[in-house]
Design a binder for this molecule. Structure first.
Ligand code: NDP
Length: 332
C-alpha cells in the first residue's frame, strides 16, 4: 500500500518536495472492517488550505472512489464502490462501525451510475457537483431571467454552477484563466458570455455582458476579482461565497483589497458562505439530481485526468495553477 504524506507545510505554491511517498503494510481485516482499493483520487483546492492545520508527516487529505476488495460487513459488500475521504492512499482498511469524528462525510456506497464513469463520483456526482447544486440553488436562489456571474467557471464547481444556472433559465457570465477555457464555456457549455480574467478587465467585461447589473454571484475566487463584481450587483442581489482561491497560495493576509461593505449595504445584498461538508445528510439528493441532468443532456461534464498515483502531487499543483478543465482527478 502506498500513501502520500505532507512532508513539509506548503509555503506559497506547493512544491514536489513537500510531499513524500511512503509504503505501508496493512493488517488483516477484523469484524466490521472493509478493505478498499482506491481507483480514483481527487485533487481539490481545499487541500491547499486544510493542510496548514495538519501535522507534517500525516497523510494528505482527499476523497477517493474505491472498490471494496474484501469485506467483513454485509452492508458494504465486496465488489461495490464507495466514495470516501481516505486521503492520498492506494488501499485503506475502514471500520464501518467507527464513529465519524472528522469534518468529512462517512464513506458511502455509490449509487448506480449506469453507463457513467465512476470517476464522476469525485466531480459532478460528488463533492464539487453537490457544492454547485446546493450552493447555487439554495444560497443564490436564482430566478429565471436573472444574470449570474461565476468565476473559476471552467473548474469542477464553476462549470456545474454555470450549467445549472442555464437549466433554471438564467443568463450566465463566466470567468476563467485561459482562452481555451473561455471557448469551451461558450461553445460546449453554452454560457452566454465568458472572459479570460487574465487578459480582460473585469469591470469592462461586466459593463459589456451585464449592462443591467448582476443578480447572483457565485464566488470561487475572492479578492480583487470579487470586489469588481460586488460593484456591479443589483439591489437585493445574492452572493454565494464558496471559495477564496485567490488567497490559497498567496496567503489571505497578503490579499489587500478595497472595502465591499458599501455595496453590500447600499444594494441590500445577501452574502452567505457555504460549506458542503455541513450538508452530508443530503448529498445523495444532489447526486441524483445532477445525474438526471447529465442523462437528459443538460449538464456536460469534463475531467482532466492524470495517470498514476505517483503523479498526484503534480496533478494537485497543476490544478492550483489552472491546468485543469472541469474536474481534476488522478487515476490510480
Ligand atoms: P477547480 O476545478 O475550479 O480548480 C481550481 C481552479 O482555480 C484552477 O483551475 C484555476 O482556473 C483557478 N484559479 C487558481 N488560482 C486562481 C486565482 N488566483 N484567481 C482565480 N482563479 C484561480 O476547483 P474546484 O471547482 O474544486 O473549486 C473551486 C472553488 O470552490 C475553490 O475556491 C474551492 O475552495 C471552492 N470549493 C468550496 C467548497 C465549499 O464547500 N465551500 C466545496 C468545493 C470547492 P483558472 O484557469 O480559471 O485560473
Amino acid at each position: 500500500t502506498k500513501k502520500y504524506i505532507l512532508a513539509k507545510h506548503f509555503i506559497g505554491e506547493p512544491k514536489l518536495t513537500d510531499f513524500k511517498l511512503v509504503e505501508e503494510e496493512l493488517p488483516k481485516l477484523e469484524e466490521g472492517e472493509i478493505l478498499c482499493e482506491s481507483l480514483w483520487l481527487s485533487v481539490d483546492p481545499y487541500m491547499r488550505k486544510y493542510t496548514d492545520f495538519q501535522m507534517e508527516g500525516t497523510v494528505m487529505p482527499g476523497g477517493v472512489v474505491a472498490r471494496i476488495a474484501e469485506s467483513r460487513d454485509p452492508e458494504f459488500p465486496k465488489g461495490r464502490y464507495v466514495a470516501a475521504y481516505f486521503g492520498w492512499r492506494t488501499r485503506t482498511i475502514y471500520n464501518t462501525r467507527e464513529e465519524n469524528k472528522s469534518i468529512y462525510p462517512k464513506p458511502y456506497l455509490l449509487p448506480d451510475f449506469g453507463d457513467l464513469p465512476l470517476s464522476l463520483g469525485l466531480g459532478v456526482l460528488g463533492m464539487p457537483g453537490i457544492t454547485a447544486n446546493f450552493g447555487f440553488l439554495e444560497v443564490c436562489e436564482p430566478q429565471p431571467g436573472e444574470t449570474v456571474v461565476v468565476n473559476g467557471a471552467a473548474g469542477a464547481v464553476g462549470s456545474i454552477v454555470g450549467q445549472i444556472a442555464k437549466i433554471v433559465g438564467c443568463r450566465v457570465i463566466g470567468f476563467a484563466g485561459s482562452d481555451a477555457k473561455v471557448k469551451w464555456l461558450k461553445e460546449k457549455l453554452r454560457f452566454d458570455a465568458a472572459y479570460n480574467y487574465k487578459t480582460t478587465k473585469i469591470s469592462d467585461a461586466l459593463r459589456e455582458a451585464a449592462p443591467k447589473g448582476v443578480d447572483c454571484f457565485f464566488d470561487n475566487v475572492g479578492g480583487a476579482f470579487s470586489n469588481e463584481v460586488f460593484r456591479r450587483m443589483n439591489t437585493k442581489g445574492r452572493v454565494c461565497v464558496c471559495g477564496a482561491i485567490a488567497g490559497y497560495n498567496a496567503g489571505f493576509e497578503n490579499v489587500l483589497v478595497p472595502m465591499v461593505q458599501p455595496y453590500i449595504l447600499s444594494k441590500e445584498l445577501k452574502v452567505q458562505g457555504f460549506i458542503v461538508w455541513n450538508h452530508a445528510s443530503r448529498w445523495l439528493q444532489a447526486i441524483q439530481e445532477n445525474m438526471r441532468w447529465i442523462n437528459e443532456g443538460k449538464i456536460v461534464s469534463e475531467e482532466t485526468i492524470t495517470e498514476g498515483f505517483e503523479n498526484a502531487p503534480k496533478a494537485f499543483i497543476g490544478m492550483l495553477r489552472g491546468d485543469n478543465i472541469g474536474k481534476a482527478v488522478v487515476q490510480i
